[in-house]
Design a protein around this ligand. Structure first.
Ligand SMILES: [Zn+2]
Length: 322
């Protein structure tokens, strides 16, 4: 069982007393006690020109610290950066937000969330789609940034792998799709990635609704795919423009801004090609700053959007408020 802090033990005892339960029973904590409160409202709407964007909260991974998380920083460095961003420093906050862009009467979703198959503290996307009044059956296009679990497991039903969006067109960079599905790939993956590779190769080649994109091009009206490799070989961002306003949907390029805004040179364990991920991150953030764009990211604090400015050799991030 997970170790409980003294504070949470006292809180559970107080709750037990309030509910009239024997407090010894209250110490049987839920298997995955979450410390971070979820947002009061699980969706947030804003406009980019005439395009309506909805951020949808899927959940959070309160990742325990481990020395391998950032290749070129210590756990102490990581904790200091979190504290500076006024985040808890006893774990790394990795929230997960999915974006839906409304183009006329067409709904385009970016990635699919975790489908409740990533961390036990995530999987709220479908409830929040419903709260936001978005019918999943009306999502005609899903733009996929990359094939990591928190971005694609929401495409597949737990247990059966049945398609959750059988009628949506699934748009992904050809590089990403081909890299994960090329013959012999699963054997070449590190041990921890093999189950992911196997699932991708069992399921995706049988689906007929993938559209593979070569290079940077328009993937929906006003939305362009932007190559952002490094995190994975075909990792993509999506650029939205309307009426002179621009939004860069950066997905995992800047990952957790509390860490990577001040330290864009840090290479995360999940960045497959660390030096390339750093190069891509700087290039994308420099472009966002030069063109005064709003930027959102899958792991930015909810509602998942904000702005960057240059700050010394790194950047400073200002999150948008829900
Ligand atoms: Zn991610």
């Amino acid at each position: 069982m997970r170790k409980l802090s003294r504070r949470s033990l006292m809180a559970s005892a107080a709750l037990a007393a309030a509910l009239g339960i024997d407090k010894r029973l209250a110490f049987i904590a839920p298997a995955h006690a979450q410390k971070t409160p979820g947002p009061a409202k699980g969706f947030h709407r804003y406009k980019v020109g005439s395009i309506e964007v909805t951020s949808l909260y899927d959940g959070i991974w309160e990742k325990p610290h481990d020395a391998a998380f950032i290749k070129n920083a210590t756990v102490e460095d990581t904790k200091a950066a979190l504290a500076k961003a006024r985040l808890p420093d006893d774990f790394v906050s990795i929230p997960l937000t999915v974006v839906v862009v409304k183009l006329g009467d067409r709904f385009v979703m970016v990635d699919s969330g975790s489908g409740g198959q990533w961390q036990p503290t995530a999987g709220k996307l479908s409830a929040n789609l419903q709260a936001a009044g978005i019918d999943p059956a009306k999502i005609g296009t899903i733009l996929i940034s990359h094939f990591h679990p928190d971005h694609i497991f929401g495409l597949m039903e737990k247990g059966t792998n049945a398609p959750v969006y059988p009628n949506a067109e699934l748009v992904v960079s050809a590089t990403e799709y081909k890299w994960w599905t090329e013959p012999g790939r699963v054997e070449k993956l590190p041990e921890a990635r093999k189950p992911l590779g196997q699932r991708i190769n069992t399921v995706f080649p049988g689906w007929k609704n993938f559209r593979l994109i070569e290079g940077e091009q328009e993937v929906a009206p006003g939305v362009r795919l932007v190559n952002a490799p490094g995190h994975t070989p075909g990792h993509s961002a999506f650029h939205v423009s309307s009426g002179g306003q621009q939004l860069m949907i950066s997905n995992d390029t800047a990952y957790v801004p509390a860490l990577l805004a001040p330290h864009p040179e840090w290479q995360g364990a999940y960045d497959q090609d660390g030096p390339l991920a750093v190069e891509t991150r700087r290039k994308l953030l420099d472009r966002v700053i030069a063109e005064k764009m709003l930027i959102c990211g899958a792991h930015f604090p909810f509602p998942g959007a904000g702005t960057f400015v240059k700050d010394g050799s790194g950047y400073a991030f200002t999150p948008a408020q829900a």
